[in-house]
Design a protein around this ligand. Structure first.
Ligand SMILES: Nc1ncnc2c1ncn2[C@@H]1O[C@H](COP(=O)(O)OP(=O)(O)OP(=O)(O)O)[C@@H](O)[C@H]1O
Length: 312
């Protein structure tokens, strides 16, 4: 495998637990300096993939190269070059902010003086000044998350893995968190982030859609939306619940999900004129063809019929 331009490269990466294939033949090529997302529902293999890429879990099959090193085999060397923020808050709740950061600096073997400077930097960067003496356990979700990110980036990793980093924070903190990720990315850090939120996935430069361990699609969000094998029509009018049930009996209707007072209908792309085709089926209701969203992409490539909503 050619590794120069890619932070992560895999061929056929797989992991089984007994009879269950948690990750099944995943190929990845994640460019350096980008933010790359794993999008998929609970249990689709996001964490298992990340654990293999960090060297914490051995693949049962396939090849993995991370920052030019082959895994398994380079775990120790990679440890200093990668950062990992797990789904759950992984710091000590009964230590203060400062004690937690000092502890992490020690684990990474930062010389004392450098550690002091770096911790100062991180406290400022992640708005933790004034909280040095606060117990980590008493902080809000957003503050904990900023502390976790400070800890994960203590040693200035080239590659940062974030496993559902925002599942415990509100939308405003989530937006702010993403701004910080883009700051890190601008400094050259490659970021791999797993999520089940569509709006987060849409912020990534590139993204893989995972379902039951299998990669169903990958590309930039814009590319994925452009290449989607379906057209999207929104229908407005009365009795949309009943209309939805009727439309779903047709094979050419991939999904129908209500959004406010409109029904969002995905029609297979071999129907050349979806408005004309839907006309007789929707009675006199108003129709508009609209641009696809990432959620539409997810629905078409996983075959799951969306119930509507912001996460998968
Ligand atoms: N150590 C393990 N032993 C047995 N099964 C496991 C183990 N780890 C994960 N699995 C199974 O592998 C599948 C993928 O799990 P994984 O945690 O990677 O999914 P995920 O997409 O990260 O979802 P979540 O967000 O819920 O963690 C699940 O069916 C899970 O139960």
């Amino acid at each position: 495998m050619n590794t120069g331009e890619f932070a992560v490269e895999t061929r056929g990466m797989s992991r089984s637990f007994g009879a269950l294939k948690a990750v099944d033949g995943v190929d990845l090529a994640i460019p350096r300096g980008s933010i790359y997302g794993f999008l998929g529902p609970n249990g689709c293999g996001k964490s298992t993939s990340i654990r293999m890429l960090t060297g914490l879990l051995r693949p049962t099959e396939g090849e993995i190269r991370v920052l030019g090193e082959t895994l398994p085999g380079a775990e120790e060397r990679l440890r200093r070059r990668i950062g990992y923020m797990t789904q759950k808050f992984s710091l000590y709740e009964n230590l203060t902010v400062l004690e937690n950061l000092r502890f992490v600096a020690q684990i990474y073997g930062l010389p004392l003086r450098h550690a002091r400077e770096r911790i100062e930097q991180l406290l400022a960067l992640y708005d933790l000044h004034g909280r040095e003496a606060q117990m980590a356990g008493s902080m809000s979700g957003g503050q904990k998350q900023r502390l976790a990110l400070a800890a994960a980036t203590m040693h200035e990793p080239e590659l940062l893995f974030l496993d559902e980093p925002t599942s415990a924070v509100d939308p405003e903190n989530r937006r702010e968190f993403w701004e910080r990720l883009f700051d890190l990315c601008a400094l050259g850090t490659t970021i791999l982030v797993s999520t089940h939120y569509m709006d987060e996935a849409e912020r990534c430069h590139g993204l893989a859609i995972l379902e039951r361990g299998i990669k169903r699609a990958d590309g930039s969000p814009q590319q994925l939306m452009q290449d989607m094998g379906a057209r999207v029509v929104e229908v407005a009018g009365d009795d949309l619940r009943k209309l939805k049930q009727q439309l779903l009996t047709d094979d050419a209707v991939l999904s129908a999900a209500q959004i406010g007072s409109r029904l969002r209908v995905l029609v297979r792309s071999d129907i050349s004129d979806p408005l004309a085709w839907l006309g007789p089926k929707v009675g006199g209701r108003q129709m508009d063809e609209v641009r696809p969203s990432l959620e539409d992409v997810f629905v078409t490539c996983t075959g799951s019929r969306a119930a509507g909503g912001q996460h998968v």
